[in-house]
Write a protein that binds this ligand. Structure first.
Ligand code: CP
Ligand code: NVA
Length: 296
């Protein structure tokens, strides 16, 4: 077993790890204007991205820089990886040059292989299976506004089979909250545990929820299915009617980017823009928490 820390999936984290990440994120958020610690001082971190990104890319680039390190963005298409160099060779080269890697790609096995062959700390910045940094931010944001998520109910409405809800499933077990997943037949989660409940009715799933959450109907890599999916997901939308069924204190979140009129209405997104963009801002603070935890 290597002692090098990585964040490859939620299932690798303990409750203590999550607390350490949240505490560190809180500290860096509070001290952003007057930072006192630079845990990545003199380090170079590579961001290797095979898919588009605004929030994850910018938050990690800024986080690495503000923690004293130098970020290097590598579009996977621009390096030899894009011409077919195997991930294990790329990993062994970069592992001898940089101090850590943040990877956004398709196959989960690619981030696992990169970590294994590079022997440097590796962060999963989204794969087809998981988006751990996003879910940590979401829970951090919930807890900032409402206190502990333990025992609360999160309702996810939409494509329950994609990366974001999959990470929610594992987080529910780890942190002891209830997760309702509402999706049409064929788009239910393929992972499950005693903390998750599947619904086909968004209304049933939203009842009494403390957090209503959604993600795009068409994830990156699924573009060829767009027309079929838009038909299948009709009705699986966050809107004011659904919000009425949730707890009166319910928060509304979206990992973004949002497609108004599809998975969320323009009216609900704008009405709840404060919490949704607080959530987006927290990506930056959380990335710092993750990086600090990884190198500590
Ligand atoms: N939520 C999220 O990961 O956004 P980006 O795709 O812009 O990074
Ligand atoms: N499920 C979405 C998340 C985007 C942040 C996707 O994979 O495209």
């Amino acid at each position: 077993m290597s002692s090098i820390k990585s964040l490859l999936k939620i299932q690798d984290l303990s409750k203590e790890d999550v607390s350490a990440i949240f505490n560190s994120a809180t500290e860096f958020k509070k001290n952003r204007q007057n930072p006192t610690r630079f845990p990545l001082k003199a380090q170079s971190w590579g961001l290797i991205f095979s898919k588009s990104s605004t929030r994850t890319r910018v938050s990690f680039e800024v986080a690495v820089r503000e923690l004293g390190g130098a970020p290097m963005f590598l579009n996977a298409q621009d390096i030899q990886l894009g011409r077919g160099e195997p991930i294990k060779d790329t990993a062994r080269v970069l592992g001898r040059m940089i101090h850590g890697a943040i990877i956004r790609t398709y196959a989960q096995t690619d981030v696992l292989d990169f970590a294994k062959y590079s022997q440097i700390p590796t962060v999963n910045a989204l794969t087809d299976e998981e988006h751990p940094c996003q879910i940590l931010t979401d829970i951090f944001t919930f807890e900032e506004k409402r206190g502990s998520i333990k025992g609360k109910t999160v309702a996810f409405i939409g494509d329950a089979a994609c990366n974001v809800p999959r990470s929610w499933v594992f987080a529910a077990e780890l942190l002891g909250f209830h997760l309702h997943l509402a999706a049409p037949k064929g788009y239910q989660s393929t992972v499950q545990n005693s903390h998750t409940q599947f619904f086909t009715s968004p209304q049933e799933a939203a009842k009494g929820a403390h957090l209503l959450y959604t993600d795009v109907w068409v994830s990156m890599g699924m573009e060829s299915e767009a027309a079929v999916r838009e038909k299948a997901f009709q009705g699986y939308q966050l809107n004011h009617e659904l919000l009425k069924l949730a707890s009166p204190e319910a928060l509304v979140m979206h990992c973004l980017p949002a497609y108004r009129g599809k998975e969320i209405t323009e009216a609900l997104l704008e009405e709840r823009s404060q919490e949704i963009f607080d959530q987006a801002e927290n990506r930056l603070h959380l990335q710092k928490g993750i990086l600090d935890w990884i190198v500590s």
